[in-house]
Each structure stands twice: as C-alpha cells, then as structure tokens.
Design a binder for this molecule. Structure first.
Ligand SMILES: Nc1nc2c(ncn2[C@@H]2O[C@H](COP(=O)(O)OP(=O)(O)OP(=O)(O)O)[C@@H](O)[C@H]2O)c(=O)[nH]1
Ligand SMILES: [Zn+2]
Length: 212
C-alpha cells in the first residue's frame, strides 16, 4: 500500500516536473526480478562468462535481486518510509541542521555508484520531523537511478511537503564512480549540489548560516 504522505510527495514532484522519468509497466516486483534475471544471464554470457562456474552461477539472480529489492527499490512508492511527525509544541523557530547523512546512489547514465554525504536544514513551522526520517528520505530517493541535481531537488520537495514549509535547504557532496573508475578517471573530483527553499533562498544570512 502507498501511504498518503508518499502520494502527496509524489504529486508535488510530478507537478514540479521533478519526478524520475518512469513508465508504468504494471509489472509486479517478482515478475521484474524474474525478467531481469533472464536478461542478465544474456548479458553475462554475451560477455563470454561461463555461468556454469560456481561463483558466477548465481550472479544474474544477485543482480536482479539487487536492482529490484535493493539499489532501485526507491522507484516503488510502496517503499516510501513511514514518517513520524511531531507538533512543534515547543515553538522552535531556529534552524535544525543535520550533517553527514550518507548518500549512496546510482548514476542513471552508467548505473555505477554515487557516494557522498548530504546536509539538510529546515526552520520548523507547525511540525517537526523525526531525525532518522530525514536519513530515510535521503535513502529512499537515493535508491533510484539518479542525477545528483534531481536527487537534491527531490529531497527538498519531499521535506517541504511533509514539513508544510518552504524553509528547507539541502546540499549534497558526492563522488561519481562514473567519473572516478571509468571514462575520464578523475579520482579526486567531487560534485556539490544545493537546493534552497523559502528563506534559505531569499535571506542572505540564513543561506550563509546553512552553507557555512
Ligand atoms: N549533471 C550530471 N551529470 C552526470 C551525473 N552523473 C553522471 N553525469 C554525466 O553524464 C554524462 C554522460 O555523458 P555521455 O557523453 O553521454 O556519456 P559517456 O560517453 O560515458 O561520457 P564520459 O563519462 O565523459 O566518458 C557524463 O558527462 C557524466 O559525467 C549527474 O549526477 N549530474
Ligand atoms: Zn555516470
């Protein structure tokens, strides 16, 4: 079942043109897994690998399981985290900032790892979010084929929707293994993306407090 929070976030992303481009192929998870397993068998044998070898035998199964149930599980809103919100009874008016949130995602151009950290901040309105739920949201949207810019925006919009305020900011600093382990093979470069909402965009001091 897809929760009402997940539906609200999804609708906002669609409205803002930020949803991950997907097609509705109506294939249940188990069927997706079976199909990918068969197709990966083709890929591996086309590469010339011997799938009768005991180490390689289960690799099509492992890859299909990893795609459907692990690294791309965020394509399915049924896996959207349960979000615990609490009323801002204590009247918090200052910035809440969480740093060093792990970001492990996959680049949609090459299907290899994006590895980094996120910093998230918000100024509460009527609601406060359970801290671990910020990490879970980051993780949900990371578990999709991604470009870092879209990932950053999706987390911003999700938090804005759930917290019922525009005053949210996020930055992600990440290494792209498609840049590091292949292609240009730059082992040092990192990419920083930022998405600012509400007062984080309009007020220089608030923005500076977040960015520094
Ligand atoms: N903006 C952006 N680009 C990304 C991201 N992840 C990967 N890319 C880039 O996507 C581009 C794809 O370029 P292409 O020329 O189509 O692919 P390619 O031939 O494999 O390119 P090289 O990586 O330069 O070898 C590359 O420049 C990647 O570095 C991302 O999160 N954001
Ligand atoms: Zn890439």
């Amino acid at each position: 079942m897809i929760s009402s929070e997940a539906m609200a976030v999804r609708n906002q992303l669609i409205e803002k043109g930020l949803e991950t481009p997907t097609i509705d192929n109506r294939m249940p998870q188990e069927q997706r897994y079976e199909r990918i397993k068969g197709l990966m068998t083709e890929v591996l044998s086309t590469l010339g690998l011997n799938l009768e070898d005991d180490s390689l035998q289960e690799t099509p199964h492992r890859i299909a399981k990893m795609y459907v149930y692990e690294v791309f599980s965020g394509l399915d809103y049924k896996n959207f985290p349960d979000i615990a919100m609490i009323d801002n009874k204590m009247g918090v008016e200052e910035m809440i900032k969480v740093r060093d949130i792990s970001v492990l995602s996959s680049c949609e151009h090459h299907f290899v790892t994006i590895d980094g950290t996120a910093k998230v901040a918000y100024i509460p309105n009527k609601k406060i979010i359970g801290l671990s739920k910020i990490n879970r949201l980051v993780r949900f949207f990371s578990q999709r084929p991604q470009v870092q810019e879209r990932l950053t925006q999706q987390i911003l919009v999700a938090l804005q929707t759930l917290l019922e305020t525009n005053n949210v900011a996020i930055s992600i600093n990440a290494t792209h293994y498609c840049v590091k382990s292949r292609g240009v093979m730059d082992v040092n470069s990192k990419t920083e993306t930022t998405a600012l909402g509400g007062i984080f965009k309009s007020n220089e001091r608030t923005r500076a407090e977040f960015l520094n």
